[in-house]
Design a binder for this molecule. Structure first.
Ligand SMILES: Nc1ncnc2c1ncn2[C@@H]1O[C@H](COP(=O)(O)OP(=O)(O)O)[C@@H](O)[C@H]1O
Ligand SMILES: [Mg+2]
Length: 209
């Protein structure tokens, strides 16, 4: 009888809840009109350029937007104009961690196993996350305390796990980029989740406590 109840767990399983939330938030961001996406990308650039963290960072990782993610393209251009160096993540097929390589307008690109474009750079030139000043991270959902819901692969968590053992929030500083609609009341925190210091949206900079 007891086994019966264990096998019929109610739908409060945290991993199922996370999956359902992911599905819902991804649908919402993908439903944004192309012109709304451009407006949000422009406003995001205005918001983040006010941040002293952005102003003083020289080596900055960003990403190429996919799946309705807010697009950092104007931020990338602004960074290039300000003589900052932009990096893109490369997903290592060897250990499922992210490495980072410089990105330029004319970088040769190739598709990874998730069909995401990455600069075509030999692994001996790949940098580790701790070599950067600032990492701008895409996300599916966030809360005001800096919890991040990603696509479910845990790739940023795995690559940044070293920062969980530090007493203070040194660089690389972790800033999430999102549409305001991706803000949720509370995300359940898992021990391996690496928190963000700030989330920038088209509306505001959320400083995480
Ligand atoms: N530091 C880590 N070391 C090993 N595996 C990890 C680490 N961080 C995350 N993972 C793996 O990644 C999976 C997905 O992580 P999760 O936080 O749920 O996804 P996401 O951050 O993409 O939303 C975890 O269930 C775990 O197996
Ligand atoms: Mg996580």
């Amino acid at each position: 009888m007891r086994g019966f109840f264990i096998m019929n767990k109610p739908a409060t399983d945290p991993s199922k809840q996370r999956q359902a939330l992911r599905k819902n938030l991804r649908q919402q961001r993908k439903a944004l009109e192309p012109n709304t996406q451009v407006e949000h990308a422009l406003e995001l650039e205005k918001q983040l350029c006010q941040s002293s963290l952005f102003k003083r960072s020289k080596h900055i990782a960003a990403y190429l937007a996919a799946d309705g993610e807010i697009d950092p393209e104007f931020l990338i251009e602004k960074a290039w104009r300000s003589n900052k160096k932009i990096y893109l993540p490369i997903l290592s097929p060897f250990n499922n961690r992210l490495y980072f390589v410089p990105y330029f307008k004319n970088s040769p690109m190739k598709l990874n196993r998730f069909n995401i474009a990455e600069p075509d750079v030999h692994p001996k030139h790949w940098l580790k996350a701790h070599q950067l000043d600032l990492i701008l991270m895409p996300l599916v959902g966030f809360d005001k305390t800096g919890n991040r819901l990603g696509m479910g692969g845990g790739f940023y968590d795995r690559s940044l796990s070293f920062s969980l053992f530090r007493k203070k929030r040194y660089s690389p500083y972790l800033i999430g980029l999102a549409h305001e609609l991706q803000l949720v009341d509370k995300l359940p925190h898992q021990p391996h989740d690496v928190p963000m210091i700030m989330v920038a949206t088209e509306q505001q900079l959320h400083i995480c406590k």
